[in-house]
Write a protein that binds this ligand. Structure first.
Ligand code: AMP
Ligand code: MG
Length: 325
């Protein structure tokens, strides 16, 4: 009997792989990776391929895995890396340039000192921060083809963009496999592929101040990526400290924004910008949005007020103020 069941499982897998068009079913796979819970709604054959892809990228880009290429870069000054890691670093440099350094992937020495990597939290003095800041600065990282150079004491952390980079690869995979509809969620990082039984996907946007939502947005073939201080934080002496750091001060960024959602076809850009614009704040973030046409925003400020850029406003349900070009 077991053999028959196993055969049926294999057969159904083969059938779904060879089907020219696949549709999202109710089957939802849940797995753990990238330090978060990942859910995949869509054909199970593709879920497995997505899981392998996530694993492959995590093994190269993880800050903590001693066998990763990022770990190797962080323990040597010069190293040769795979195309995947070199491209990830180039994507990170691109977002650092776009955000004029608000997104800075070299803040690991400071994140570690705050205790965000070990959960042994402490408050840093301005003297300690000044010393640590000397070991940061994305402009000093050199990537030339597959060669990477970082100055002594520097440490790279792609935590603010890696999920987006992986999401772009999963999106490619879904297109290659002709999947009609799928939804992948990694923490605050969502990609909606195709449609949900012919309709756009409706993605809820979390309220940073409660377990509820501030609204929802209808999308298709688009990444919806949120950064918020609420994701990782600690409190000491009634003061809250969160994990998104201002590269100018080394302190948790306090820009007046409590959550930033970026909506874009380019998930790496969306992920990097969600972190970067969280640091930049409303005015600089809006200026950046006005200068480009490859992303949209949903911003929640520290008073809970919601702002939505005009191009996506018709697809947003909830109470908001419009941001016009
Ligand atoms: P996200 O959830 O995408 O906003 O990424 C947050 C993570 O990015 C943090 O946990 C750090 O690993 C890293 N990070 C913190 N501050 C910055 C920053 N200013 N620029 C780039 N990465 C950052
Ligand atoms: Mg990010």
């Amino acid at each position: 009997m077991k053999k028959i069941i196993a055969l049926l499982i294999v057969l159904s897998a083969v059938l779904s792989i060879s089907a020219c068009s696949q549709t999202a079913k109710d089957d939802e796979k849940v797995f753990f990776g990238l330090n978060t819970v990942i859910t995949f709604k869509g054909p199970s054959s593709v879920a497995e391929a997505a899981r392998r892809l996530i694993n492959e990228y995590e093994n190269l880009l993880s800050v903590t895995l001693e066998t990763s290429e990022i770990y190797k870069i962080n323990t040597q000054n010069t190293s040769t890396v795979s195309d995947i890691t070199a491209d990830a670093l180039k994507a990170a440099i691109n977002v650092s340039k776009i955000t004029e350094g608000a997104f800075d992937f070299t803040l690991l020495p400071i994140s570690q000192a705050w205790g965000f990597t070990s959960s042994e939290y402490r408050v840093l003095s301005s003297t300690q921060l000044a010393t640590l800041l000397e070991k940061t600065g994305w402009e000093r990282v050199v990537v030339s083809e597959n060669e990477v150079f970082i100055p002594e004491g520097f440490r790279i952390d792609l935590g603010g963009i890696a999920k987006g980079i992986i999401t772009d690869r999963i999106a490619e995979l879904l297109s290659e496999k002709n999947v009609d509809g799928a939804l992948i969620s990694m923490g605050g990082n969502i990609y909606a592929h195709g449609t949900n039984n012919g309709k756009k996907w409706n993605i809820a946007i979390r309220d940073p101040f409660s377990s509820g939502t501030v609204g929802s947005i209808k999308v298709s073939d688009t990444a919806v990526i949120t950064s918020g201080g609420y994701e990782r934080k600690f409190v000491i002496d009634s003061v809250e400290y969160h994990h998104i750091l201002d590269p100018n001060t080394g302190m948790p960024a306090r820009s007046g924004l409590s959550a930033v959602t970026i909506i874009s076809k380019n998930a790496a850009l969306a992920d990097g910008l969600s972190t970067g614009i969280f640091v930049m704040g409303f005015d600089k973030g809006t200026k950046l949005w006005k200068s480009r046409d490859d992303f949209e925003m949903i911003l929640v400020d520290d008073n809970g007020k919601v702002f939505v850029t005009e191009n996506i406003a018709p697809d947003f349900s909830g109470k908001y103020t419009i941001i016009k070009k």
